[in-house]
Design a protein around this ligand. Sequence first.
Ligand code: F6R
Length: 618
Amino acid sequence: MCGIVGYIGDKKAYPIIIKGLKRLEYRGYDSAGIAIYDGNNIQLTKTQGKVFDLEEKSKSNLDASDGKISIGHTRWATHGVPNDVNSHPHYSNSGDLVIIHNGIIENYGPLKEELKKRGYTFTSDTDTEVLVNLIEDVQKKEKVKLGKAVQIALNQVVGAYAIVVFDRQKPNELVVAKLGSPLAIGIGKDNTEFFIASDASPFIEYTNNAIYLEDEQVAVIRQHKEVKIRQIKDDSLVIPYVQELQLNLEQIEKGGYDHFMIKEIYEQPSVIKDTYRGRLLADQGIIRLGGLEDHVQKFINANRVIIIGCGTSWHAGLVAEYIFEDLARIPVEVEYASEFRYRNPVITEKDVVIAISQSGETADTLAAIKLAKSKGAFVYGVCNVVGSSISRETHSGTYTHAGPEIGVASTKAFTTQITVLTMIALKLAHVKGTISKANYMTHLRELEMVPTHIETALKTNDHVKEVATHFINARNFLYLGRGYNFPVALEGALKLKEISYIHAEGYPAAEMKHGPIALIDEEMPVVVIAINSNHYDKVVSNIQEIKSRKGIIIAVVSEGDTTVREMADFTLEVPNTTESLSPLITTIPLQLLSYHIAVMLGKNVDQPRNLAKSVTVE
Ligand code: F6R
């Protein structure tokens, strides 16, 4: 995790770096730092806290600096607690080199011991300070330029990194390298300036042209020169591929909302339209997904589909399991990527793996993809971030087109992932003939109606807010759902715990009596998804079991429901749709409920403690 930003050009660097760090703060926000080269010296300020704290601490000295080369970092601690000393940038022992790093150097222990024997000293607990001194050591021993020293040093490193290094003795260049963590290089007009960042958001108002560095590449960036990229392992030169970015500034600003999370919740009707635009032609009975067209038979002939992901993306995979098996009759297994990658799974060329990831950078998902590929499986990606590592590592895939998701708690990514997975399942079911024409057409029309249904569900926001006021002192929550809405219960519980820090568990409603029922008393709020479905009567029985133990029921019900309404303490109403599409709608009041509870508790909903948006470490 961590966000990195760099600049080399003719502009004053300080405001560019500070603004860039604010945009990348979703990646980590326990400390921040900035180093500027002022023409003679490096001026460095760093601090525990947020970018705001860095700004406060640095504005008296650095704001005045005219320095036009700078690097900045916003941290999510891995090695060493968040404090001023462990914050980046880090100097080498001579004070000539300065580095920022996103990732983990796994063999930093032995490297540090070796460097200590050679007289190096360390002020921080970080792996990054080891790396910058290793680079310096190579530079001195081998008498090579910085780019070469970085390359040699990285060949000794095990782990993940996106780094930017600057050398005071060679102040016309920045050296960057990447393995596992993302790194984009924004290219100014005629190479007059360059921007480096973990994603393109820090430089989007300056340039639309960017190079995404690939794993195991190092690049030397100099003003007025082409970016020079080499493979770290064999030193071969790489021809840079310059992409034109689609991102725009409005997409990464709050647009009048108090938080990114609520903005992103409200964006769902429009981004789901973006997800299916041009792909779902409901009236003509057509689903057309570019990445899928050539691979339909692979899915249909697969022994099974294995879906991998983490957190919310894993929950989207669970929803997909229901729809793939129900409609397309294809056996599906859903796995946490972190477990899959380490448990020696049985995978063959007859398996198809779907990897789901909003960021496209999640380390466990990326490693699981590599494992599946090495066993010969076909790997299909469902990603949001265009050009991300996962989208490049998979054989084919579909982008969700949710736009940048900045709130750390995932909302629109979840519903757009389900939209893509539903389209895939419907397409396969149609080609395979496991769905009747009438049912297929109903699904297509209902899918097209989902944005309208979500708009209706969003209109209950004031009511959900009022319901939230009753629960700000709750310490625990239970979330229950059955069938398609069991994963929604898991997702609802995850949303609440991650932003309000209230403990919440999601369960299949029928499992309650096998243990969790022991928790129920008059203090325990239980959110039950009790919409019209095949399981309605059974869910009603579950509600009765909770009631008779005095639990407080918050029920998500379908429009017009009367039975559950009479039993529940609070009801959150959603429009009717087919059961298979209901997760797209029932999720909405649960997102709103957790948002309002967290806001009322005064929590930082966009940047909850201990979390980061993009989990690029194991
Ligand atoms: C929860 C959340 C996380 C992510 C998980 C996977 O709100 O955001 O659980 O879903 O870290 O991230 P991606 O989808 O980027 O692979």
